[in-house]
Design a protein around this ligand. Structure first.
Ligand SMILES: C[S@@+](CC[C@H](N)C(=O)[O-])C[C@H]1O[C@@H](n2cnc3c(N)ncnc32)[C@H](O)[C@@H]1O
Length: 292
């Protein structure tokens, strides 16, 4: 297979390893603690606003009837809860490594469980009509992505759809913001994490014989309120959350040749740069395919 995910082995975690991981510093840098779920919620509503809907796969008819939907790495469960409110005949399942989803107060057609997609999903083959995964760009190594994609396909029914939603790092950034992005790419590369993941997902899906009708849509938002309006301000808030929440400052500052204090000062300059001169465009990809 001609893509960067090729030639890899499955990596799995036992329960004991997951417990240990919960006490360790995060291996990836999108915050996932309860205090940071606000960022995920803002991102969900921003994405819905930009695309003007909750999904792009041609799955509406199935959702109006009885069908089963899975969200992998569901976080606080916002996407599922939003869908469940509209499509009451369908059943919704969310799984996440950390139990930051609602445990009791939720609609009766939504179930959440704790689990690790890298340890194989705890569902039989061909279970779901629609499998969704969003905002995992800095979570998996390139080897893990290949395993995860195959796992999502495995649990989807033939004829069902698999959809990914991933933001890309902005391009044409000014010199100060570029320092942050360059450091993030270097840090990610050092961990075998590819931060610009959307095109790799597309290439991989196209190369697989288990799926067809690979398609994608891109929505663009301009960073910062001055040129991007309310959406640009919301994206800026998410951007702040990503770069300013622990453990990002003290990790990334080392890759930028500065101290944590220097990092925070530079980040203020980067925001000024975005507001005054360079307002880069950020793309969000939705990528989907149909299982054969
Ligand atoms: C950036 S958040 C995205 C959450 C949600 N998909 C959203 O868009 O709001 C990444 C989520 O993936 C979860 N996660 C990370 N590794 C995972 C794994 N191996 N299996 C399942 N979930 C995982 C994290 O706990 C976190 O909730």
């Amino acid at each position: 297979m001609g893509n960067i995910f090729s030639n890899n082995k499955k990596k799995s975690h036992s329960r004991r390893e997951i417990k240990k991981m919960e006490k360790e510093p995060l291996k990836y840098f999108f915050p996932n603690f309860v205090k940071d779920t606000d960022i995920m919620v803002i991102f969900h509503f921003l994405e819905c606003y930009l695309f003007q809907n909750l999904f792009s796969s041609p799955i509406e008819n199935s959702l109006l009837n009885e069908c089963k939907v899975l969200d992998v790495g569901c976080g606080p469960g916002t996407w599922l809860l939003d869908l469940a409110a509209t499509y009451s005949s369908a059943r919704f399942f969310g799984i996440d490594l950390f139990p930051i989803f609602p445990k009791e107060i939720k609609p009766s057609n939504v179930e959440f469980r704790q689990g690790d997609v890298l340890n194989t999903l705890p569902y039989d083959d061909n279970t779901f009509d629609y499998v969704h995964q969003a905002n995992m760009l800095s979570v998996f190594t390139i080897e893990e992505w290949f395993f995860v994609i195959q796992e999502l396909i495995r649990v989807c029914k033939p004829g069902g759809y698999i959809e990914f939603s991933e933001p890309e790092l902005a391009v044409k950034t000014g010199p100060v913001l570029s320092r942050f992005y360059d450091a993030l790419v270097t840090l990610s590369d050092s961990r075998n994490v590819k931060i610009r993941i959307s095109n790799e997902i597309i290439k991989t899906l196209v190369s697989l014989s288990t799926v067809r009708n690979v398609d994608y849509k891109i929505s663009t938002v301009t960073l910062g309120a001055k040129k991007g309006g309310n959406a640009g301000q919301a994206y800026m808030d998410i951007h702040d959350g990503y770069f300013l929440n622990d453990p990002m400052p003290e990790t990334l500052c080392k890759f930028m040749g500065t101290t944590k204090e220097g990092y925070l000062k530079l980040f203020k300059e980067a925001k000024k740069e975005v507001n005054e001169t360079f307002a880069p465009n950020c793309e969000i990809y939705r990528i989907w395919c149909q299982k054969i």
